[in-house]
Write a protein that binds this ligand. Structure first.
Ligand SMILES: O=C(O)CCC(=O)C(=O)O
Length: 280
């Protein structure tokens, strides 16, 4: 970034007059906990955050997602024996906590620039017999050479227990530091964790869904986040209804794009995007 541009970005932090930057609920997390989570992420590329959702919350997610699990993946990446649900916030409020969990935001607050965005919120149900997914990195579609800092981060939440046999996400610990090395399937380590836990990892970490060798399905939610100056995977600014945008928390609203990357990226007709919510 040139000096000129970076001074523009730094300019007063925020040029918005009416809608100033809002605080993240990540600030409510004990800084010692958030700093330790971040240190693990920087060292290993990931951290497991255990037991963040209650059994009632898990039941609500299962019940809300079930009606949408009506089709299978369309290619090898989605998985032909895997079901996926996109545009989740428009369909149910039961997954809001997954998008805006303070423990996750506290790490993101330390990792990404202010007003980082939600890039994806998706349910992934791996059915019995699914093969392991190809290994990949979530921010590899941003064409900047590695090694480099992550431009995004992801969480995968276990809605069912993740076991070594039922399709738990496989990761390659430490691979966030790699340049152009390619991972070997032998290096895959399943993230075994109980329902209600999540794994937080960097967009540069190699990972992939595991094979499901059991008779049961493996339901997960993934929430992914990116720098505020990047294009998101799901075009939430186009897809989210105003009803959804009004219903969600201020954290989610900001991450859906009702915020600006100072001084003016994300504007609408020269104004802060929140002006759109004033009309009707
Ligand atoms: O379902 C999983 O465990 C991982 C899926 C994944 O990484 C993806 O589809 O991008």
């Amino acid at each position: 970034m040139s000096t000129q541009v970076s001074s523009l970005v730094d300019l007063a932090g925020d040029l918005a007059g009416t809608y100033r930057r809002t605080a993240s609920s990540g600030a409510t997390v004990d800084p010692a906990i958030a700093d330790a989570d971040l240190a693990a992420v920087q060292r290993d590329g990931y951290v497991i955050l255990p037991d963040l959702l209650t059994s009632t919350e898990l039941d609500e997610v299962r019940e809300a997602i079930a009606p949408y699990l009506d089709r299978r993946g369309r290619n090898n990446f989605e998985g032909h024996t895997t079901q996926r649900v996109y545009s989740v916030l428009n369909k149910t409020s039961s997954c809001d906590r997954i998008a805006d969990h303070p423990r996750v935001l506290a790490i993101l607050d330390r990792l990404l620039m202010p007003n980082y965005l939600l890039s994806m919120l998706q349910a992934i149900n791996i059915l019995p017999g699914e093969q392991r997914q190809m290994l990949h990195c979530d921010d590899s579609f941003y064409p900047l050479p590695r090694p480099r800092a992550a431009l995004s981060a992801a969480t995968i939440w276990a809605i069912d227990d993740f076991t070594a046999d039922n399709g738990a996400t496989d990761i390659i610990p430490g691979s966030h530091l790699w340049g152009h090395e390619m991972p070997a399937d032998l290096d895959r380590k399943p993230v075994v964790m109980s329902a209600g836990s999540c794994v937080f990892f960097l967009g540069t970490l190699w990972h992939g869904g595991g094979a499901n060798r059991t008779q049961g399905s493996r339901l997960a939610l993934t929430a992914q986040y990116c720098e505020p100056w990047l294009r998101t995977q799901e075009a939430f600014a186009l897809s989210m209804t105003k009803e959804t945008v009004r219903r969600v928390s201020e954290d989610i609203r900001r991450m859906l794009g009702y915020s600006i990357h100072p001084p003016f990226v994300g504007q609408v007709d020269g104004m802060h995007p929140k002006r759109l919510l004033e009309d009707d």
